[in-house]
Design a protein around this ligand. Structure first.
Ligand code: IPD
Ligand code: CA
Ligand code: CA
Length: 278
C-alpha cells in the first residue's frame, strides 16, 4: 500500500481519465486516414502519426497538471524530472497494428506509478466507448460500474488471452509453444493485439487470464492495477512478484493462477533449453 490519501488517488485518476480522452480524440480523428505508417524496431512494429499526435496530447495535459512528475511514454521515451516521486507510464495507442488495419481493438493506456507500484490505471477504447479505471484501494470500474474478475475455477473452463512480441521472428522464445499448449488445455486463447485491453478484459471477467512476454511498462502498468483492484492476481510467469520491467506478465482471476503458472513452466521445461534465453 502506498499510504497516499484517497483524495490524492482520485485526483490523479481524474487527470488520467481526461488525458486518455484527449489522446483518444486524436485516434478517432485519424481513423482510416493515416498518411504515415513506419516500421520501428523490427518488421511489423509500426508507428503512425496517430501514435505521435495522441502522445503529444496526453503528455501536454499531464505536464500541465503534474509538472513535477516524470513521464515515460512509448514514442518519446523518458521525460525525467529531477526528484520526481511519481512516474506516468503512457501508451498513446496500444494496438497500432489493429489501428492501421482499422480493427477497432485499440486503447490509450495511462498509469501512474509511485514507489514502483501502479496507483492509478486507465485503459480507454474510444471506438466502443469503454473506459476502464482503477485507483489503488479504490476498486476497478468499467464506465463507472464496478467490475470484478471471473469465477471460473479450472483451466478447462477458461478462456485466456496472449500476444506475440515484435521480436517473435528473431527469437525462439516466441510464445508459440505456450500458445499451442494452452489452446489445447482451455476453451480457447485469444490474441486481440492490445495487451492493455487484454488485461482490462481479465479485470472485467471477459477473459479468465492473460500472459505475454516482450512487453513494456506502458503496455501493462495500467492493466496490472485494473486486474488487482478487480480481485485478480498479477505475477511473474513463476508466480513470483511482478516486475513491470521484465517484459513478462501473468494475470488471472486468481482461481486459475497456480495452474496457469505451472503450465507455462511445464511448457518451458519440456522444450529444449536452446529455445529459451533463460
Ligand atoms: C503491442 C500490443 C500487442 C502486444 C505487443 C505490444 P503496440 O503494443 O499491446 O498486443 O502483443 O507486444 O507491443 O505496439 O500496439 O503499442
Ligand atoms: Ca503497446
Ligand atoms: Ca503503442
Amino acid at each position: 500500500m502506498s499510504a497516499l490519501t484517497q483524495d490524492t488517488i482520485d485526483r490523479y485518476t481524474q487527470i488520467a481519465v481526461e488525458a486518455s480522452k484527449r489522446g483518444s480524440k486524436v485516434l478517432l480523428e485519424h481513423w482510416g486516414k493515416l498518411k504515415q505508417i513506419k516500421e520501428k524496431s523490427t518488421a511489423g512494429d509500426l508507428v503512425t502519426e496517430a501514435d505521435h499526435l495522441s502522445e503529444e496530447c496526453v503528455l501536454n495535459y499531464l505536464r500541465e497538471k503534474c509538472p513535477n512528475h516524470t513521464i515515460l511514454s512509448e514514442e518519446s521515451g523518458l521525460h525525467a524530472v529531477e526528484g520526481a516521486e511519481f512516474i506516468w507510464a503512457v501508451d498513446p495507442l496500444d494496438g497500432t497494428t489493429n489501428y492501421t488495419h482499422q480493427v477497432p481493438i485499440v486503447a490509450v493506456s495511462i498509469a501512474l506509478i509511485y514507489k514502483g507500484n501502479p496507483i492509478v490505471g486507465v485503459v480507454y477504447n474510444p471506438f466502443v466507448e469503454e473506459m476502464f479505471v482503477a485507483g489503488e484501494n479504490r476498486g476497478a470500474y468499467l464506465n463507472d460500474q464496478p467490475i470484478t474478475v471471473s469465477d471460473v475455477e479450472t483451466l478447462g473452463k477458461s478462456i485466456l488471452a496472449t500476444g506475440f512480441a515484435y521480436d517473435r521472428r528473431d527469437t525462439p522464445d516466441n510464445n508459440y509453444a505456450e500458445f499451442c499448449y494452452l489452446t489445447s488445455q482451455t476453451q480457447g486463447v485469444r490474441r486481440m493485439g492490445s495487451a492493455a485491453l487484454d488485461l482490462a478484459y481479465v479485470a472485467c471477467g471477459r477473459f479468465d487470464g492473460f500472459w505475454e512476454r516482450g512487453l513494456n511498462v506502458w503496455d501493462i502498468a495500467a492493466g496490472t492495477l485494473l486486474v488487482r483492484e478487480a480481485g485478480g492476481v498479477v505475477s511473474s510467469y513463476e508466480n513470483g512478484p511482478i516486475d513491470l520491467n521484465s517484459g513478462r506478465i501473468l494475470a488471472t482471476n486468481g482461481l486459475i493462477h497456480v495452474d496457469t503458472s505451472k503450465t507455462l513452466q511445464k511448457v518451458h521445461d519440456t522444450l529444449p533449453p536452446i529455445l529459451f534465453d533463460s
